[in-house]
Design a protein around this ligand. Sequence first.
Ligand code: SIN
Length: 509
Amino acid sequence: MSSRPIIVVGSGIAGLWAALHAAPAPVLILTAGAFGRQSATEWAQGGIAAALGDDDDPGQHAADTVAAGAGLVDPDVARRLAAGSIDQVRALERLGVGFEHFADGRWALSREAAHGRARIARVGGDRAGTAIIDALIRAVERADHVTVREHAPVTGLLPAAGDGCAGVVVDAGGDRRESLSARATVLATGGLGGLYALTTNPPGNQGQGVAWAARLGAVVRDAEFVQFHPTAIDIGRNPAPLATEALRGEGAVLIDRRGKRFMPALHPDAELAPRDVVARAVHRQVQSGEGAYLDAREAVGASFPESFQAVFRACMAASIDPRREPIPVAPAAHYHMGGIAADLDGRTGVRGLFAVGEVSCTGAHGANRLASNSLAEALVMGARAGQALASAAGGSLRSAEPERSVVLSQPSLERLRAAMSAHAGVERDEKGLAALLGIIEELERKEGLADALVAARLIAVAALERRESRGAHFRTDYPESAAEARSSRLTLDGACRDRAERITGSPRS
Ligand code: SIN
């Protein structure tokens, strides 16, 4: 067996869980910043979806997942996710995560949109993310088989001679690049909210993992499906703090600037309608000038400081007291349902390359992720990928020369973000998406094929090609869903070809 380690890129929940489950194989975790401290996991408020209640079972959880995904969830993946998340939550509890229980020992669960039951295992109201990351950091520090290298930004993947992935390339400071060979490489780089003008993600999450894998020929599935969280707190901050959906689960309502609720007229489940429905409603309220506010005065009121500490702190820092006044909200890019096509063990179509968590697309989320299913998927997949890697023999692949990486300048990144929000945001149409592709192409000519441009292009092309509305992908020029639901699959070559055809109108070969 090769002595080369398994390299895990990223230190959110999926990467750390995969690393822990790969024992006794040696694992090297590479993280761009401080260990575990720049991941979207740490910012998660809601918790983990798992059928832990007496009135619930994995079948109902899977059915809700399939229904929310608007025809694109793989029912078998949903079943395995729902069945697996129960054990994963219990495993985290054994590691010391203080999930909430009632005095009689039953789980205290939150209800979130489009879940038929209260099903979210939570910690201290809205502090699940911090509690989970703290426990995982402690576990990794105790694990002999894992080494962590902090402040080691990966700039790309090391191609294998022939095809496949042989490891990663790390920025070693100055102009120096260091090639690290791996027995297998696991991408756990998170999502791409940083491609948008307003996001709830760490802004450095710009789809790098998707871009790196696409450069090696990986298939990117359902790239057009970007979920916008309807209730990011609108206080002029980017990344925007979240007002967790659990607040709506507690009874908080959405109102316009005159105090009138607008959701009951739009969906029978009102504020607990699927996330894409609520995001579009909030978007339209904001665009029309009617405004959107989350009113938790009655539902949460005086208990706010204890029951939703993170939201309370963010509001108070902006001089909004949510016990006494409604919280201004706007949709913000939150989660990428699409990603590198992978199975539930994280295997991609590229030899030697695995992808886990948000960077991957297993078919668990379809066109619209059910709230709090992301941490559930990260745990189920992370455990399975780690176990698959632990038992897999295999030496590392011989490496070939890596491409030179290009980093987009700040002004170009800002231009891209504005264009993504305007044209590939909550609502899209052909004219806007074609304009976006034109901007991407112009930036590419000016600066080269930067990772952010690769990821943006995959989204734009897939959105342009999907001439229907489904889940989080809403085309104002094609507002209906097609009769048949189909996943999209793109390679980088395909996305380049499609883009050229779209813009020049030249026929497909
Ligand atoms: C939330 O707490 O509203 C976010 C949970 C999620 O995105 O799954």
